[in-house]
Ligand binder design. Structure first.
Ligand code: ZN
Length: 138
């Protein structure tokens, strides 16, 4: 068994693994500025991994152009890869999306906005929370 038990990780361990910008988003539920993330308009085929733990979370096949300023997906690669929980910070009721493997903050999910996707969900994910593995998708 070599699996990391991320719930035992200390803040110091995360700070050593992540850059200050990554730490702010992933571990302090920060949000990168809109339109600034490296994957906002990326259409490259591949798999998006959690930048904190490496788990594969999203795929280019579910990515769509939402023009909201952040990478948007209509579904994770597998619903068990993410945790969704209510977030009432900043005076809003939103649904936060976290990595199920390491508990890091990824972004939020919004429903019923009318995007022409199979789910009408928009997983609005910070670029800095992910690493794209370029790979042809079937
Ligand atoms: Zn993770």
């Amino acid at each position: 068994m070599t699996q990391n038990n991320y719930s035992d990780w200390t803040e110091q361990q995360w700070r050593e693994r992540l850059t200050p910008e990554e730490f702010h988003v992933l571990r302090q539920a920060g949000t990168e500025p809109p339109g600034m993330g490296e994957y906002t308009d990326t259409t490259t085929e591949g798999i998006y991994h959690c930048r904190a733990c490496g788990e594969d979370l999203f795929r280019s096949t579910e990515k769509f152009q939402s023009h909201c300023g952040w990478p948007s997906f209509f579904s994770p690669s597998n619903s068990e890869k993410v945790i969704e929980r209510e977030d009432t910070s900043h005076g809003m009721v939103r649904t936060e999306v976290l990595c199920a493997t390491c508990g890091s903050h990824l972004g939020h999910v919004f429903a019923g906005e009318g995007y022409p996707t199979p789910t009408d969900l928009r997983y609005c994910i910070n670029s800095i929370a992910m690493t794209l593995e370029e790979k042809p998708m079937q």
